[in-house]
Design a protein around this ligand. Structure first.
Ligand SMILES: [Zn+2]
Length: 495
């Protein structure tokens, strides 16, 4: 079956970079792109009309924590300053002996409602990503059963994903005074790596090759040197990409410097893990960041010479009063910048806009973090992070992972006159403007509708799950706070 898309604009790919094609034609056959250009004379079986639309490579979201992220709603405009803006310390560290309620990522086997919760977690994640034009995502180390349910939804709904259970040598809890305390268990980390490798052995290549494995030691400071070293060996032997949170938090930076007498990036370099297929989340608190006041910084040079990847999650960190310092220097050093959503909403267009605007501010020049650069990060940057030259681009031979973006802003005036479609999308677009999603040559969303997904039902279920997260906060919060106490309403709530 050969399909032709006639479009007002196409982001094609030639000579190693994206290029704009006005009034172009894209042809795909099976799961591969066979032609991108100004005209095509060959026979086709089906034609899609994308007049007034932009045909682009699907987005690659390099930082997804599965679920509806209801807990993240508890830190909007607030938090505990002693965590220096690090979200997971705020909303996923329970009082010792308790578990975080309402989020299946932390549920134990046999908990009430668990199957439904895991299913909702996976359905909501995959449907939200598809709705926003994400054709490939990287899950950042949720536990085994989250991966199992994601695998089922990825198979059913047609998205492409890098999955496997994450692992670490111990989590944080809150002690009797609510202070952070790490429960260290090095053996658990090694068992976790084995579990991940078995999971990958079993599922790598599933769903017609759309599911691939990735090794995720969750954070550098919660991973032993032995665990990271074994991860590197396994990655080398099995040609697997790796993702880990590193240089992402002030506390983590100091903990690693104190324990290892190296910065987190120097530690990763010492273990020989710095490489394009190492996805460093978020890599913003590197020694070169002036806010850390670290002398003789060489992190940026190390990351750049290894062409290591960062998953930059602009919306997530800007909500915590932080950002990437600075886009231009990372680019010039040779760091491969990719973009991740991390938090809600999983809107890559909003993330590109945030990356661009803050990138300009932090680089002190409007020539930095251009629409082209952030678009490249959201497509090719992600592909590089998983070692793929057949993703993130529309060129003959590449996989047919294609999105169509409606440049009328779904019949609004938001876009105004469009001169450059990529600049217009980055500046005026939202994820909802994605009209059509094709993955592996198959139609996964058409006219904003995903077959097999009922948005109103998903919203209703996610709302109920959210209410449970918010209502039960006092049961596990290290300070025993209610949601009202932890996160006051924007305006006083009337009786
Ligand atoms: Zn993360």
């Amino acid at each position: 079956m050969r399909t032709r898309i006639n479009a007002t604009w196409i982001v094609g790919h030639s000579g190693g970079q994206h290029q704009l094609i006005r009034d172009g034609v894209l042809v795909y056959e099976g799961n591969k792109i066979v032609h991108v250009g100004k005209r095509f004379a060959g026979r086709v079986d089906k034609t899609i009309d994308a007049t007034g639309k932009l045909v682009a490579p699907g987005f690659i979201d390099t930082h997804v924590h599965s679920g509806h992220r209801a807990s993240h709603r508890l830190i909007t405009d607030t938090g505990r300053p002693l965590y220096f803006g690090q979200p997971f310390l705020e909303i996923s560290v329970p009082k010792e002996g308790k578990v975080v309620k309402g989020d299946p990522r932390y549920l134990k086997h046999g908990d009430a409602g668990v199957e439904a919760a895991f299913h909702l977690n996976a359905s909501f994640t995959v449907a939200e990503l598809l709705r926003n034009g994400v054709t490939t995502f990287i899950e950042y180390g949720s536990q085994l059963r989250v991966q199992d349910s994601l695998l089922a939804e990825v198979t059913r709904l047609g998205i492409r994903a890098y999955l496997a259970p994450g692992y670490d040598c111990g989590r944080w809890v809150g002690d009797e005074k609510g202070r952070l305390k790490r429960v260290r268990d090095d053996a658990m980390g090694l068992t976790g790596l084995e579990t991940a490798l078995q999971w990958i052995e079993m599922h790598d290549g599933a769903a017609g090759g759309r599911v691939r494995g990735i090794l995720v030691p969750r954070e550098v400071e919660t991973s032993s040197v032995e665990l990271l070293t074994r991860t590197r060996t396994a990655a080398d032997e099995r040609k697997l990409p790796v993702a880990t949170h590193a240089a992402y938090s002030v506390l983590e930076f100091h903990d690693v410097v104190r324990e290892h007498m190296m910065t987190p990036i120097e530690l990763l370099d010492d273990i020989d893990l710095l490489r394009p297929t190492l996805n460093i989340g978020h890599g913003n608190f590197i020694a070169d960041n002036l806010n850390l006041n670290y002398s003789a910084a060489r992190d940026l040079a190390l990351m750049g010479s290894a062409r290591a990847t960062i998953s930059h999650c602009p919306i997530n960190i800007v909500r915590r009063a932080r950002t990437l310092d600075n886009w231009k220097k990372y680019q010039e050093a040779g760091v491969n910048i990719s973009i991740g959503s991390d938090t809600y909403p999983r809107d890559m267009i909003m993330n590109m806009r945030t990356a661009s605007y803050l990138g300009k501010i932090m680089s002190h020049t409007y020539f930095a973090a251009t629409a082209g650069e952030v678009f490249r990060a959201a497509t090719l940057g992600g592909a590089t992070s998983v070692g793929r030259d057949d993703l993130g681009r529309l060129a003959p031979g590449a996989l047919a992972d294609i999105i169509i973006i409606d440049l009328s802003g779904r019949n609004s005036l938001r876009y105004g006159p469009v001169r450059d479609p990529v600049k217009s999308v980055v500046e005026c677009g939202v994820g909802d403007d994605v009209d059509t999603v094709i993955i592996d040559g198959k139609m996964c969303m058409e006219g904003g509708i995903i077959p097999g997904v009922d948005f109103s039902k998903l919203r209703e279920q996610a709302q109920a799950a959210g209410e449970q997260v918010w209502d039960t906060l006092a049961e596990w919060d290290p300070l025993g706070r209610t949601a009202e106490k932890a996160c006051p309403w924007s305006f006083p709530l009337a009786d």
